[in-house]
Write a protein of this length. Structure first.
Length: 399
């Protein structure tokens, strides 16, 4: 198994701990940081722990064994799938100030023979944890980030060598720079310029046109575009959580989706009045439909665009974290089915009631699944005066 030089892993850990968390500001002394890290990413364990300790904070490491999930699903009863360790999880949310999640897979298709209903049943049981986490984040008391650790299985799946796979991680996360954090701040300053311009337009809806795509998404009131907050490393996208009720039309995703230990291909969706009324896939259609059947997973929670000028990701990596930020020839568009990001509300979200979130069309769901298209497309915005403006074309923002 290829492991990048120690210097690279130390820079990577520095970016996650001292930049990505706390909205680009990094952690503070005496804060608690939970790290979810799989066994296959063991080489990253010590650099992360040391970075947290050097910052004067308290690491809480959740070291996860590889290749045990399929065995759990084989033997778990419905009652066990529904079980949620509420006291432990409530205590954990109360304890931690930040979360770093490392994606690293020893076997990308470990769950491909597991009944889809079991996977979604267990996923849905974790909804309270996600709600508690969102509530704390909304009060400004919690931040999180996600990063990728390349493995032989992940590289082989997209026909790259381990060195080529890691080169994408290194280049896109600026780990080949002497000061990656300064490079991130420079990139986010330009992203912020575009983000503010989009918000100034007060866009009412967007229409996406491409081969196999004719989709209108109503953005809704009390919304702002987001991006550059450090939640994902890397992240080059600008996104918004729209009013789910105003999604109409159809969309085809030319890129594969890797989720729940499975591979989905050829996904097509058709929306009417904000709800998916038709769905299909050339691979894993049954699991796709089972996912959509989860509470409110048949509605949109996010709309996103990535400008190829920002992104250094030039190859599809078979992982949503990277693929949803793909630059390539035409950038990418992706939507997420399921839960909305409440910080798309431009004010103090901790003051908003459940009734107001529902009134404004912020979707609430136990799942959030990003699905990606990289075909050349044109995105046209409808503005408050009824006029239209092209804001994105062939992978570039036009603002």
């Amino acid at each position: 198994m290829y492991t990048p030089p120690q210097e690279i892993l130390e820079r990577y850990a520095d970016v996650l701990v001292n930049f990505a968390l706390n909205g680009g500001k990094g952690i503070k002394p005496r804060e608690s940081v939970l790290v979810n890290i799989p066994e296959v990413a063991k080489a990253f364990y010590l650099p992360l722990q040391r970075a947290i300790l050097k910052a004067g904070a308290f690491p809480i490491i959740n070291y996860q064994a590889d290749n045990v999930a399929a065995d759990y699903f084989e033997y778990a009863s419905d009652e066990q799938l529904d079980f949620f360790a509420d006291k432990q999880m409530r205590g954990l949310i109360d304890q931690i100030d930040h979360l770093i999640s490392i994606i690293g897979e020893a076997d990308k298709f470990e769950l491909q023979k597991v009944d889809a209903k079991k996977i979604m049943r267990q996923q849905n049981s974790r909804r309270p944890f996600m709600d508690w986490r969102a509530e704390k984040e909304g009060k400004g008391l919690f931040s999180w980030t996600v990063a990728l650790f390349g493995t032989p299985a992940m590289a082989a799946d997209v026909q790259l060598s381990e060195e080529e796979y890691w080169d994408q991680i290194i280049q896109s996360c600026f780990l080949n720079e002497k000061n990656p954090i300064e490079k991130w701040r420079e990139t986010y300053r330009e992203l912020e310029r575009v983000r503010l311009t989009l918000n100034e337009l007060q866009i009412e809806s967007v229409h996406v046109e491409a081969e196999g795509i004719d989709l209108t998404v109503k953005l809704g009131k009390n919304r702002a575009w987001l991006g550059g907050g450090g939640r994902n490393i890397p992240s080059f996208e600008l996104f918004i959580s729209p009013d789910w009720r105003g999604t109409e039309g159809e969309i085809f995703f030319n890129e594969s989706l890797y989720r729940y230990g499975n591979l989905f291909e050829g996904i097509k969706l058709r929306f009417e009045k904000g709800v998916i009324v038709e769905s299909s896939a050339t691979r894993n259609e049954a699991l796709l439909k089972e996912m959509i059947a989860s509470e409110n997973a048949d509605k949109i929670g996010e709309f996103s665009l990535t400008d190829k000028r920002f992104s250094r990701i030039s190859k599809l990596m078979g992982e949503t974290l990277f693929d949803e930020n793909f630059g390539g020839e035409f950038g990418n568009t992706h939507i997420a089915l399921g839960n909305a990001y409440r910080d798309s509300y431009p004010g103090d979200e901790s003051t908003i009631t459940a009734e107001q979130w529902e009134e404004w069309g912020f979707n609430r769901s136990p799942v959030h699944t990003d699905i990606i298209s990289t075909t050349p497309r044109t995105v046209t915005a409808t503005l408050p005066d009824g006029s239209q403006k092209i804001i994105y074309k062939n992978g570039l923002f036009q603002v």
